[in-house]
Design a protein around this ligand. Structure first.
Ligand code: FES
Length: 134
C-alpha cells in the first residue's frame, strides 16, 4: 500500500511551503535598517522579564533585560550582522540562529560573531508595572 505519486507531491510541496514560510519569518527584516520603534510600544508586564534574565519580543523586534531588580535595558532584537530577528534568549544572552551571533542583552555588545556591531539601545520605562519602549 503506497501513496499515489500525486499525494506525495502535494505533501512534499506543503513541507516546502512551511520551510519557506519559516525562512521568511526568521529573516523578514533582512534589509539594513536599525529596527528601532518609531513610536512608543507597550510590551506588557514588567514582571515578565526575569531579574538576571531577559525576554524577547520577536513581534516587536525588541529584547528587554533586567540585570538588577527594577533596572530594565531594551535593545533592538534585529541582529546587526544581516538583519535577522534574534531567535532566543538564555539568561542575559540573545541568540541569532541565522549565522550564530550572540549578544549580551544587558549592554547590546557582541559576544560572538559574525556580527561586529552592538545592538542599538532603545529607551524603556516601567509605567505602572507595564514596559513602554521607544
Ligand atoms: S543575521 Fe544574525 S548572525 Fe547573521
Amino acid at each position: 500500500m503506497s501513496q499515489s505519486p500525486a499525494r506525495r507531491t502535494v505533501l512534499r510541496g506543503a513541507a516546502l511551503v512551511g520551510a519557506a514560510g519559516f525562512g521568511v519569518a526568521a529573516c523578514s527584516g533582512a534589509k539594513k535598517d536599525d529596527g528601532l520603534p518609531t513610536e512608543p510600544v507597550e510590551l506588557g508586564a514588567a514582571a515578565e522579564v526575569p531579574v538576571g534574565g531577559a525576554k524577547l519580543y520577536r513581534e516587536d523586534r525588541l529584547v528587554v533585560s533586567q540585570p538588577a531588580k527594577g533596572t530594565f535595558k531594551c535593545f533592538s532584537a534585529r541582529c546587526t550582522h544581516a538583519g535577522c530577528v534574534l531567535t532566543g534568549v538564555t539568561k542575559e544572552e540573545g541568540d541569532c540562529s541565522c549565522h550564530g551571533s550572540r549578544f549580551d542583552v544587558t549592554n547590546g555588545q557582541v559576544i560572538q560573531g559574525p556580527a561586529t556591531e552592538p545592538l542599538p539601545e532603545v529607551p524603556v520605562k516601567n509605567k505602572g508595572g507595564k514596559l513602554i519602549a521607544g
